[in-house]
Write a protein that binds this ligand. Structure first.
Ligand SMILES: C[S@@+](CC[C@H](N)C(=O)[O-])C[C@H]1O[C@@H](n2cnc3c(N)ncnc32)[C@H](O)[C@@H]1O
Length: 266
């Protein structure tokens, strides 16, 4: 039976950031090993040789995670991160404030530092400190609102990134396309959007709780970007080969999309 859309209230009541971290990020060898490798490499390339840089980066739907900001903090002066859930924003704040109970990202920091060619302890510590300095705000966002940051008036960003979020929030491809369209008001003319997530996934587990995922195909993904008015710069898809021992999620591949809002759009 198809997994029904997870309501906002169920997210509020049932999404446990610690369970999420343990299942997907705590150690190497978790289900998301391939995902982490794919995402970190794509972001490293995008924000170095890819030439994507600027003043402001908006990070949409971070959950309790910071892994995807570790390359970005070298290319932007100001990062605004965000999530729908208070419990996730609390985790983000804990990490930013070096709370002793904060989630530990050091193993992932090391991998990003390796990609950058400096993975000694000192460089890894500096990288964490740099990211902490660059993140200036942790905001509430809701993908299903026309202004996802309402009532906050957001400055337009040079780049918006989002990982594994829109498929959680959107009930169908039409809603997904609409969110992409709304994101354009958050991005400067000529600015970038980088989206990374799963294809053809219908659910994922966090602890004992099963959450809906929108099963989007590559064809639908490309069409959504085009219909929302972006110019696609690059798309990458890799298969999901790490078959889980227990039932955790059912994607068949991971995607990376780098697109631009046309300069002619305000
Ligand atoms: C699978 S998690 C992804 C977390 C993180 N970005 C990552 O890469 O691991 C899905 C995220 O979508 C967020 N979410 C759910 N409904 C949302 C909505 N309406 N607007 C924005 N985010 C939402 C949840 O709070 C959760 O953090």
């Amino acid at each position: 039976m198809a997994t029904p859309l997870t309501s906002s209230q169920t997210y509020i009541d049932k999404f446990d950031p610690l369970d999420y971290y343990k299942a997907y990020y705590q150690s190497e060898g978790t289900i998301t090993e391939e995902w982490v490798d794919f995402v970190l490499r794509n972001l490293h390339e995008t924000f170095t040789t890819g030439g994507v840089k600027g003043d402001l980066l908006i990070d949409f739907g971070a959950g309790p995670t910071i892994y995807h900001l570790l390359s970005a903090c070298e290319a932007f002066n100001n990062i605004i991160t965000s999530d729908f859930l208070e419990q996730n924003r609390t985790q983000l704040q804990k990490w930013l404030k070096k709370d002793p109970d904060a989630l530990d990202w050091t193993h992932i920091v090391k991998r990003v530092c390796e990609l950058e060619g400096n993975s000694d302890n000192e460089s890894c510590k500096k990288k964490e400190e740099k990211l902490r300095r660059m993140v200036t705000k942790v905001l509430k966002c809701d993908a299903l609102k026309e202004n996802p940051y309402d009532p906050v008036k957001m400055p337009q960003a040079d780049c918006l990134i989002s990982c594994l979020c829109l498929e959680a929030a959107c009930k169908d491809v039409e809603s997904f396309t609409n969110v992409l369209r709304n994101f354009k008001s958050l991005i400067k003319p000529g600015g970038h959007i980088v989206l990374q997530s799963v294809l053809n996934c219908t659910y994922y587990f966090v602890g004992q709780n099963k959450f809906f995922c929108l099963p989007i195909s590559r064809k639908e993904l490309e069409a959504a970007f085009k219909e929302a008015g972006y110019e696609i710069m690059k798309i990458k898809v890799i298969p999901f080969t790490k078959v889980p021992e227990k039932d955790v999620c059912d994607q068949d591949s991971y995607y990376f999309v780098h697109a631009r809002k046309p300069c002619s759009q305000g």
